[in-house]
Design a protein around this ligand. Structure first.
Ligand code: FAD
Length: 623
């Protein structure tokens, strides 16, 4: 056993696993310390990965060389591309996963990652010397030294679980809480806050009458998350189901409100607005007589089902009585009730963009401890903290992804610039350059970056470059190929598009609404020959089509993003004294002093810093 590592990661959740894998794969001797090694990347809540904007994040993690996409593909039970009917900026992959296999696959991958070591224990103390992190001490009294430490303790710090009037200490159901660490960090000068989240009851499938439920199948032609050829699309999909609450269900739930820790003042932490409990929904939408819920399998070999949308901390007997009034659930038995959990977090404005803390050099925070919610948000922060810890140890430039480059960049910039006043989850609306940040092009955007820092491997990089080349050559082909009206008449008729009156470049035909490259292949032999000769995959064809159809939008966003990048390039000294600039408003001076933005671009996004204050900064720092 060694007692000295380059990097120590505290916590084997979604953030910790990505952080440890990234650091080790970049060549650093890394130790991952976690409280329970049978629960790596445990899905504390929904056994699903991805969804709107979150799916894009997973594609980005994968493109950079992270593991979440690979593990998801290998444990998928059902795949759906959400928002297919909208533009490609909104397409969001989502996979229902086998919860137990997801965790087991993570463990298998971590155990087989060179440079990565594992230790099952709880970290109870940190030691700091001259403002730098030195070591961690575990509950068993072992001291491990490191050049960098990444804290990813999730919902475990002083975790307190609530079901009705019953409260118990815990990090999540079945796990002990982590005590003392947040008090120690407060003692070191960190601001600590309190948040809450919740989860629904898990149901026993043997007691559900599925014949009464509405089925929700997966996609007919499922896709996958990872760009690598090491995973396959799911072969045998499991069904999900839709169920609905009713007035009767609501009446029973309401009868427990007096005992709800949410409503009787017991819970002080702020909960996720976009993942509300069922009792929150009844309060907010008091007039609504029915809510849609999703019944989702937790695994291929278990009878456990998750009831998405029914998160609750009402007394367990109220939860069961209400469930039994739902159609198909008349005889339902549960494995465990829903519950809420309160936990400590650290307001993320205490971090640099690298996720290193401003207070202690070499100490990084990632995941739920930064006030976010969700596996994808956690995983992406872990990845970036892992990468940046390695770069710092190597003495290299940090890696900060820009807002026009990735959702990960948007997430981290939002956290460190604006802070959070409720659990932060990603939405497409948080990104100003949505058409640039699509799930289909995450590899083109990020694999070269992942490769440059030494995380994405040579094979992955070569595949991405080949894809880029093929997309460009396919676009060049359709730009120069003129199609005759006769050649395409039948096809245009079949998609109800007006016939051509004279020859036209294929590119211009593809711009039409219902025309697709896949549809044209059967009708235009020259196109078919080109695609076969070049061995263009479905992925390449789809990418080329998106780039053609959305060219105008993409160019416009690129132009705006480039303009903003100029502001991102004007740096502000970290020790700059804003009180020197008397023409700044007092509010701005205070906020700029607290956040200490590294560029004028970042300063412009701090709430309360006005455009005229930005002009003052621009004049001072020189355009
Ligand atoms: P976690 O997954 O919590 O992992 C933390 C890890 O750190 C664990 O492995 C733990 O053992 C380890 N650890 C903690 N302290 C120590 C220590 N001192 N020493 C060593 N190891 C330590 N997300 C949503 O998006 N929507 C939801 O509706 C939702 N509901 C939730 C409901 C509940 C009840 C819970 C518990 C979580 C819910 N989540 C939800 C959040 C989701 O689970 C987290 O966002 C995600 O797991 C965060 O990942 P993480 O890696 O930051 O932390």
């Amino acid at each position: 056993m060694r007692f000295e590592y380059n990097i120590i990661v505290i916590g084997g959740g979604h953030a910790g696993c990505e952080a440890a894998a990234a650091a080790a794969n970049m060549g650093c001797q890394t130790l991952l310390i976690t409280m329970d090694m049978t629960k790596f990347a445990q899905m504390s809540c929904n056994p699903a990965v991805g969804g709107v904007a979150k799916g894009q994040i997973v594609r980005e993690i994968d493109a950079m060389g992270g593991y979440m996409g690979i593990v998801t593909d290998r444990t998928t039970l059902q795949f759906r591309m959400l928002n297919r009917s909208k533009g490609p900026a909104m397409w969001s992959p989502r996979a229902q996963c086998d919860k137990a296999k997801f965790s087991a696959e993570w463990r298998r991958m971590l155990e087989n990652t060179p440079n990565l070591y594992l230790w099952q224990d709880a970290v109870v103390d940190l030691s700091v010397e001259e403002g730098k992190i030195r070591s961690v001490t575990t509950r068993m009294g072992v001291v491990f030294e490191a050049k960098a430490v990444i804290l990813t303790a999730g919902t475990f710090l002083e975790g307190l679980m609530h079901i009705g009037r019953t409260h118990a200490s815990g990090g999540r159901a079945g796990d002990a809480a982590s005590h003392g660490l947040s008090a120690r960090l407060a003692e070191l000068g960190f601001e600590v806050g309190r948040m809450k989240t919740g989860t629904p009851a898990r149901l026993d499938a043997r007691t559900i009458d599925f014949s009464q439920l509405e089925e929700q199948p997966g996609d007919e032609h499922p896709c996958k998350f990872s760009f690598s050829p090491d995973t396959e699309v799911v072969k045998h999909q499991k069904r999900c189901y839709l169920v609905y609450t009713s007035k009767e269900v609501h009446d029973i739930l309401r009868s427990g409100f007096a005992d709800s820790p949410l409503f009787n003042g017991t819970i002080k932490g702020i909960g996720p607005r976009y993942c509300p409990s069922i009792e929150d929904k009844l309060r907010t939408f008091a007039g609504k007589e029915s809510h849609q819920l999703f019944l989702e399998p937790e695994g291929a070999d278990t009878n456990e089902y998750y009831l998405n949308g029914f998160s609750s901390s009402l007394p367990w007997d109220i939860q069961v009585a209400a469930l039994q009034k739902i159609k198909g659930f008349e005889n339902v038995q549960i494995y465990r009730p829903g519950y809420a959990i309160e936990y400590d977090y650290f307001p993320p404005t205490q971090l640099y963009h690298t996720l290193e803390t401003k207070l202690i050099e070499g100490l990084y925070f990632a995941g739920q401890v930064n006030g976010t919610t969700g596996y994808e948000e956690a995983g992406s922060q872990g990845l970036m903290a892992g990468i940046n810890a390695v770069l710092k140890i190597r003495g290299e430039e940090p890696l900060v992804l820009r807002r026009d480059e990735s959702y990960i960049g948007v997430l981290i910039d939002d956290l460190v610039t604006k802070g959070v006043d409720e659990p932060y989850r990603m939405f497409t609306s948080r990104a100003e350059y949505r058409i640039l940040l699509r799930q289909d092009n995450a590899d083109l955007r990020l694999t070269p970056i992942g490769y440059k820092v030494g995380l994405a491997d040579e094979r992955r990089y070569a595949r991405t470059m080949r894809k880029k080349e093929l997309v460009e050559s396919l676009i060049a082909f359709v730009r120069q190929y003129s199609v005759s009206p006769q050649e395409i008449a039948d096809y245009l008729k079949s998609v109800e598009s007006t016939p051509l009156t004279q020859g036209k470049k294929l590119y211009d035909v593809i711009l039409r609404n219902k025309v697709t490259i896949e549809g044209l292949i059967d009708n235009i032999s020259a196109l078919r020959d080109f695609i076969e000769r070049q061995e263009c995959t479905h992925e390449v064809i789809e990418e080329a089509e998106i780039q053609i159809k959305y060219h105008g939008y993409i160019e416009r966003e690129r132009h705006i993003a480039d303009k903003m990048t100029r502001l991102e390039n004007i740096r502000i000294r970290p020790d700059f004294n804003y009180n020197e600039l008397k023409s700044l408003s007092i509010e701005s001076r205070q906020k700029l002093t607290r956040i200490r933005p590294s560029t004028i671009g970042q300063a412009s996004r701090i709430p309360g810093v006005s455009p005229s204050d930005i002009n003052v900064l621009l004049v001072y720092f020189g355009r």
